[in-house]
Design a protein around this ligand. Sequence first.
Ligand SMILES: NC(=O)c1ccc[n+]([C@@H]2O[C@H](COP(=O)([O-])OP(=O)(O)OC[C@H]3O[C@@H](n4cnc5c(N)ncnc54)[C@H](OP(=O)(O)O)[C@@H]3O)[C@@H](O)[C@H]2O)c1
Length: 281
Amino acid sequence: MSMLSVFKGLAIGLGTWNMGERASAAQPEVAAIRHALERGVRLIDTAEMYADGGAERRVGEALKAYGANRRDELCIVTKVLPQNASRTGTIPACEASLRRLGLDHVDIYLLHWEGRVPYEQTLEAFAELRERGLIRHWGVSNFDLPQLEQWCATEQRLGLSGCATNQVYYSLLARGPEFDLLPAMTAKGMPLMAYTPLGSGELAEDEQLAAIGRPLGLTAAQLALAWVVRSGAVVAIPKSSTPARIDENFAAAQVVLPPEVRAQIDALYPPPKRKQSLQMV
Ligand SMILES: NC(=O)c1ccc[n+]([C@@H]2O[C@H](COP(=O)([O-])OP(=O)(O)OC[C@H]3O[C@@H](n4cnc5c(N)ncnc54)[C@H](OP(=O)(O)O)[C@@H]3O)[C@@H](O)[C@H]2O)c1
């Protein structure tokens, strides 16, 4: 089975950070998410934090138009804020996310980053949510390897299993996870969700990447995305509210980079030689 099966098998999804901030952008943002769904994007990433629930509402609007009968084709991911992630706080936070999304469950529910709540409490709440069918899977975000190991050990101690993923900043501008986190996750069979895979858009403007991609008929953004997902153990969630860019980004899921192209990319953005602390955006 593919390591990406929990994400419906596709290596490129859609991020939604910065959506839902402005009422005037509601129509184009909802249209962009619908466009993505209609073009075959199966994974949508959002969070209760984004625009204070506004991004989840945009996703909810787009999903309404997409059709409830096609819900099982999709992987909808949202996140609980650390300050809400207590045994009792997580449940209403998830229920509020579901109301904004207009869904009866999310596919993966992530702890957005580590806060002060002990892992046990968050995990007990996640287990209750899974038991009640409000979430299918849980996971974490912004966890470096020692945190992830401690989280998994806590799961084991509680007799639970199921950390589906760890969502971290991973791009050509942030290759640190390749040193230890990504290999360790891959060994556990746990896929990595790469956030900010375009370096907030910077990599799409990279002239040197564009020059490498040109002979292959690829844009700089496509090269950056195809590179992030090259191992088959990583899914990337570029954000765009622009339909043409959504198409461009999604097409990168089909690209296999030849070894000589990977070598050219490594020369531009070298792999890490030692442990780097995990970067956060
Ligand atoms: N877990 C976490 O802590 C965390 C942190 C950060 C991000 N995330 C998630 O990861 C997602 C992606 O990260 P991100 O939004 O920070 O950054 P990103 O996806 O690396 O870049 C998004 C920016 O790039 C532009 N862009 C997208 N495709 C493009 C293309 N083909 N050509 C040129 N420009 C392009 C977008 O503009 P337009 O929209 O105007 O097209 C937007 O300004 C977020 O939306 C969020 O869902 C999670």
